[in-house]
Write a protein that binds this ligand. Structure first.
Ligand SMILES: Nc1ncnc2c1ncn2[C@@H]1O[C@H](COP(=O)(O)OP(=O)(O)OP(=O)(O)O)[C@@H](O)[C@H]1O
Length: 204
């Protein structure tokens, strides 16, 4: 279970803030819902550890994680800024998180090649990020997050700029993540994303 227990947060200098109290079970996807500016990205950033709450707790399987740094958290994220490493090729970008070094084994290269294939990017493994379109970068960031196989996957507008085929394939991969027990936290304006993926809604 991922729990946000009386988690409060206010941006410095602002007079109003949020208090979140939500939970979601393993293998489930929650859609964070609300109009623009209601705090969807903020709640994802709190879970990811990019923002620090003023009080309250974030727990996963009963363990408090709010004091862990972002890279220590059992969480992987796809945010609107894709954060690909520009000096590393696509396969190495996706492979980050599969292992501690940068050099991929042939098995890992093959697994990554298969995932690129499913995302409609066959043969892109040796390309550099600068040679990709925005939608292609988005798919790479999503594949990287999926292949990390973390207990929690944070998805902020994950399908932006993708064509229908790519959306379909990536949603299928996300459903497979749910089936293996991952918790998905999804902020998306795309009705279809919510319909296909979400089991519950957090209204902000
Ligand atoms: N660094 C910041 N400092 C102060 N206020 C901020 C900061 N970042 C976001 N906000 C404000 O907090 C509120 C929530 O922002 P957030 O990005 O979480 O909304 P959102 O629901 O994700 O919006 P959208 O759907 O437009 O992406 C907004 O009013 C925004 O202006």
């Amino acid at each position: 279970m991922l729990e946000l227990d009386q988690l409060s947060f206010r941006y410095p200098g602002q007079t109003t803030g949020w208090q979140f109290g939500f939970s979601v079970a393993p293998g489930h996807c929650v859609a964070v819902h609300g109009a623009s500016g209601t705090g969807k990205s903020t709640v994802l950033n709190l879970i990811a550890g990019f923002l620090e709450p003023d009080s309250g707790a974030i727990r996963l399987a009963g363990q408090a994680i709010q004091n862990l740094s972002p890279w220590e958290r059992p969480v992987s994220s796809v945010f609107q800024e894709h954060n690909l490493f520009e000096h590393l090729d696509v396969a190495t970008n996706i492979g980050l998180g599969l292992h501690s070094g940068l050099k991929l084994t042939s098995d890992q290269r093959q697994m990554i090649a298969q995932s690129l294939d499913r995302a409609g990017l066959a043969g892109f493994g040796y390309r550099m990020p600068a040679e990709l379109s925005g939608g292609q970068r988005q798919r790479i960031a999503l594949l990287r997050a999926i292949l990390r196989r973390k207990p929690v996957l944070l998805l902020d507008e994950p399908m932006t700029g993708l064509d229908p085929d790519a959306k379909h394939n990536l949603r299928t991969m996300l459903l497979e993540e749910k089936a293996r027990g991952a918790i998905l936290v999804l902020a998306s304006h795309d009705e279809e994303d919510r319909k296909v993926l979400a089991d519950q809604v957090w209204n902000l």
